[in-house]
Ligand binder design. Structure first.
Ligand SMILES: [Fe+2]
Ligand SMILES: [Fe+2]
Length: 375
C-alpha cells in the first residue's frame, strides 16, 4: 500500500533528520580555503633551527589530563582579581552622575569581574580552536618538510590548549561567551587566504604575540593554582609557536619582492593599528542587566578622567612582543621603512629592541623547568 506523501516522508531508518539551516548556522561556521596543498618529495632535514625547535616541541609535550590537577576547588568569586585597572575604572564609572551602575554594591562588582574573566577565557578558547585550524593549514600548505613536521606538533599543542580552556570554563566557571566578531574575522581571513605565509604572519606573529601578552597578563594577576599552571604550560608552547613563525618567515621574506613585502607590511598595519580600538565584550554587560550602549560613553569618559585604560598593560605587553618579532623578519625597514613610519607615528617603536621570541622562547619553558625540579 502506498501513501500520497511518499516523497516527503523519510522512512524510519534510525538516522536522525538533518538539522535545518538555522541550527547548522548556530552550530558551525563554514570557511572556504583558497590555498593549494603541497606534497613535497624532499625529506632532507635542511633547516637546523626548525629541527631543533621540533625536537624541543616533542620533548615538551604535556598531558592535559594527568599534569594538571583538575580536582582543585575553584571559587570564582574569591579568586577573581578585584584590583585590576578595569575594576578601578568601573568603580569610578559608578560614581559618575547619571551612571547606569550607580546603584551597584560590591556584590555586582564581584559578579562583573567573574563575568569578565569568563569572557576573556572564552576568547582564549575560541582563539585556540582557530590556532589549531591555522596550524593544520600550515602543515598542508608550507613547502618545507621541517616546517610541516613542526606545524604538526603545533596542531597538537593547540588542540590541548582548546581542550584545557574549554574544560576550565565548563568545570570551574560556567557558561562560555560566544566568539567576539573581531577575533572571528581576524582568524577567518587567515584561513581563507591563498598565500601560505599569511596564515603564518597573522597567526604565529600577530595573534600568538597577542596571546602571549594576554596569557601573561592573566598569569600575573591570578592566584588560582590550576589556572596559573595551565597558563604557564600554554605559554611554554606559545613561545615556541612564535619562534616557529620568526624562523620560517625570516627566511621566506628574503626572497620576496618589494611589492610583495609591501603587502605584508600593509597586512600588519591593518591588523595592529585597527586592533587597538576594537576589544570589548558587550555580552558581559547584557548578562549584568546593563545596556552596553548606555554604559560605553561613561566608560570612555571615566577612562579619560582617571587616565586609565582597562587594556593598557595588555596592549603594552602585546607590542613589546610584536615589534621586535617583526623587526627580526625585516619588515620594519623594507620599502624605505614603510612600517617603521606607520608604527612610529602610532608610538609603537619604543619596543623595537626588546628581546624577540626566537631568542627568548626557552625562557618560557615551564614544562621543562617543572620536570627538572621534580627529578
Ligand atoms: Fe595556543
Ligand atoms: Fe599557539
Amino acid at each position: 500500500m502506498t501513501t500520497t506523501d511518499d516523497t516527503t516522508t523519510i522512512p524510519d531508518s534510525g538516522v536522525p533528520p538533518l538539522p535545518d539551516q538555522e541550527e547548522m548556522n548556530a552550530a558551525f561556521k563554514l570557511i572556504e580555503d583558497h590555498s593549494p596543498r603541497i606534497f613535497t618529495w624532499s625529506y632532507e632535514r635542511e633547516r637546523e633551527p626548525l629541527v631543533t625547535l621540533y625536537n624541543k616541541a616533542m620533548a615538551s609535550q604535556w598531558n592535559s589530563v594527568t599534569e594538571l590537577d583538575w580536582a582543585t576547588e575553584v571559587d570564582p568569586e574569591r579568586e577573581v582579581n578585584m584590583d585590576s585597572p578595569a575594576m578601578h575604572l568601573f568603580r569610578h564609572v559608578a560614581t559618575m552622575p547619571g551612571s547606569p551602575i550607580s546603584s551597584w554594591s560590591e556584590k555586582e562588582f564581584t559578579k562583573l569581574a567573574v563575568e569578565m574573566q569568563k569572557a576573556q577565557l572564552s576568547q582564549f578558547m575560541h582563539g585556540e580552536q582557530g590556532a589549531m585550524m591555522t596550524a593544520a593549514k600550515i602543515v598542508e600548505t608550507v613547502p618545507w618538510i621541517d616546517a610541516k613536521y613542526y606545524a604538526s606538533t603545533q596542531t597538537m599543542d593547540e588542540a590541548r590548549h582548546t581542550e584545557v580552556f574549554a574544560k576550565y570554563l565548563h568545570t570551574k566557571l560556567g557558561e562560555a561567551y560566544p566568539m567576539s566578531p573581531f577575533l572571528e574575522e581576524q582568524i577567518t581571513v587567515l584561513l581563507e587566504d591563498s598565500r601560505w605565509d599569511i596564515a603564518y604572519l597573522g597567526m604565529q606573529i600577530v595573534i600568538e604575540s597577542l596571546a602571549l601578552a594576554a596569557f601573561g597578563d592573566m598569569l600575573r594577576t591570578t592566584q588560582e593554582p590550576l589556572l596559573k599552571k595551565l597558563l604557564r604550560y600554554v605559554m611554554a608552547d606559545e613561545a615556541r609557536h612564535v619562534a616557529f613563525g620568526i624562523l620560517s618567515l625570516g627566511e621566506y621574506y628574503q626572497e620576496l619582492t618589494d611589492a610583495e613585502l609591501k603587502d605584508r607590511q600593509e597586512f600588519l598595519c591593518e591588523n595592529t593599528l585597527r586592533n587597538r580600538s576594537r576589544a570589548s565584550t558587550p555580552e558581559v554587560w547584557e548578562r549584568m542587566g546593563v545596556s552596553f550602549e548606555q554604559v560605553v560613553p561613561f566608560i570612555i569618559e571615566g577612562s579619560q578622567a582617571i587616565k586609565t585604560s582597562p587594556t593598557g598593560s595588555f596592549q603594552r605587553g602585546f607590542f613589546a612582543k610584536l615589534v621586535p618579532n617583526v623587526r627580526k623578519l625585516g619588515l620594519l625597514d623594507a620599502n624605505n621603512g614603510y612600517l617603521r613610519q606607520q608604527w612610529g607615528e602610532a608610538g609603537l617603536l619604543e619596543f623595537e629592541f626588546a628581546e624577540d621570541t626566537a631568542t627568548d622562547y626557552e625562557a618560557y619553558d615551564a614544562v621543562a623547568k617543572d620536570r627538572a625540579a621534580a627529578s
